[in-house]
Write a protein that binds this ligand. Structure first.
Ligand code: KE4
Length: 431
């Protein structure tokens, strides 16, 4: 089968003249799966429509935000209305506290929070506050976890860094990453060793409690509680980067699902409903370090943007109203899709290891298990690329990397489940 992508190819050629690689974010370039990326013209519900009129079931959902499906009426309506009152003020609005309060209903560990315009900004700011609050510099992160592209965090990162197989990034002075220690996920002994090597120096541990940026990797029993206990004992802050898992794996995010109370949390994606929003927050005594109250400076022209706040309020309100029933249905649809694809692979004897938490899932092309990034890297990325291409040609658009999670939205239902499994059966038959 081949896809008609003439207009997308022409658009790609034009974009490449003006924008590096023709993309505003590297993972969109399809470098690890090959072929030309379709250019999207519009999206609705569970579907994307490209410049050549092709239609796809969407399994990356703008990399997480589109949990209600595309162009959800409630979201579009409030954004249109907000735009009519101007698109930005650079002054305080009631909507900011309204969205903050809604978020705190689901994530009570965030006693105070501040909005920014991306997950990267949220994490960068949270790290700065953690360092100021503890008076320490060292941060512990985990291989394969991605926390945005701020200098100190681009060490053995996941997502696009792993996708492109680059060690980190050029342009980052060693002095900037000298206080970043990246170790294996799911290994408490390695964490203990870092604290033994650097007594009194560790400001925080930051992690994706459920990893999505190495593909989906779940915390082993006791792991998160172990990190919580170590941070409490050592006076370091535990930061859950829930930019992806927040309002995704459960209403209360990974912290709600696993019953762990972090000292700080970062959010993004879903809380903006597809508009640029990030947030960082935590215990009030920590967040009160921020200017204008305290000595930590952090700012943003478009932070708390009225359109983004309106979209976030619409989405988070819907999720709060839907509660556990919403997430139960979403998880069940995802489970059926995950198992259907895995069964299709097993039927032709293809080793595929499925990892799923709620409505985020990854099919690793290997026997598994996948407990950390080293395991994930054993995947057959060439075969994943062939799978991705075959599914795309059959109208199913998966995230274009083995090291990403696929996302299911509330708009995915019986038709999409059946179509996805049928497509997978056809692709696997030819792999
Ligand atoms: P942004 O700056 O891209 O809004 O958020 C950075 C970030 C922080 N923390 C986690 C756990 C994240 O997953 C992300 C961003 N996720 C990737 C997808 N895996 C964004 C996609 C892209 O880079 O284009």
């Amino acid at each position: 089968m081949s896809l008609v992508l003439e207009r997308s190819r022409a658009l790609q050629r034009r974009a490449e003249q003006l924008i590096p690689g023709g993309v505003d974010s590297p993972v969109r370039a399809f470098r690890s799966v090959g072929g030309d990326p379709p250019f999207v013209e519009r999206a609705e519900g569970a579907y994307l429509f490209d410049a050549d009129g092709n239609k796809y079931i969407d399994y990356f959902g703008s990399w997480g935000p589109m949990i209600l499906g595309h162009a959800a009426a409630a979201v579009v309506e409030v954004v249109r209305e907000a735009a009519g009152r101007s698109t930005s003020f650079g002054a305080s609005t009631a909507a900011e506290a309204e969205l903050a309060a809604l978020i705190m209903q689901a994530v009570p560990s965030m006693q105070k929070l501040r909005f920014v315009s991306s997950g990267t900004e949220a994490v960068m700011s949270a790290i700065r506050v953690a360092r100021a609050f503890t008076g320490r510099n060292r941060i512990i992160k985990f291989e394969g976890c991605y926390h945005g592209h701020s200098d100190a965090l681009l060490v053995k990162a996941g997502s696009g860094v792993a996708t492109l197989g680059i060690p980190g990034s050029a342009g980052i002075p060693l002095e900037t990453t000298q206080f970043t220690t990246a170790i294996r996920y799911n290994d408490l002994e390695e964490v203990e060793q870092v604290f033994a090597r650097h007594p009194g120096e560790v400001a925080c541990i930051i992690l994706e409690a459920v990893v999505g940026n190495a593909g989906t990797i779940l915390p082993e029993p006791g792991y998160l509680q172990g990190l919580r206990d170590i941070c409490t004992r050592e006076g370091a802050l535990l930061i859950f980067d829930e930019v992806m898992t927040g309002f995704r794996v459960a209403l209360g995010g990974a912290q709600g699902l696993y019953g762990i109370v972090p000292d700080m949390t970062t959010l993004g994606k879903i809380i903006g409903g597809g508009l640029p929003v990030g947030a960082f927050g935590g215990r009030a005594e920590i967040m009160n370090m921020l200017a204008p109250l305290g000595p930590v400076y952090q700012a943003g022209t478009l932070s708390g943007n009225p359109l983004a706040m309106a979209a976030g309020i619409a989405v988070v309100s819907r999720l709060l109203a839907g509660g556990s029933d919403f997430y139960e249905r979403l998880g069940d649809v995802t489970r059926r899709i995950a198992e259907g694809v895995a069964t299709a692979a097993a039927q032709v004897g293809l080793p595929v290891y499925t990892a799923r938490e709620g409505s985020m899932v990854t099919w690793f092309f290997q026997p598994g298990p996948v407990r950390d990034f080293e395991d994930a890297e054993r995947s057959d990325t060439a075969r994943f690329a062939a799978f991705h291409r075959g599914m795309l040609e059959r109208g199913v658009w998966l995230p274009p990397s083995q090291y990403e999670a696929a996302f299911v939205s509330a708009a995915h239902g019986e038709v999409e489940i059946a179509a996805t499994i049928t497509a997978a059966e056809a692709v696997f038959a030819g792999l």
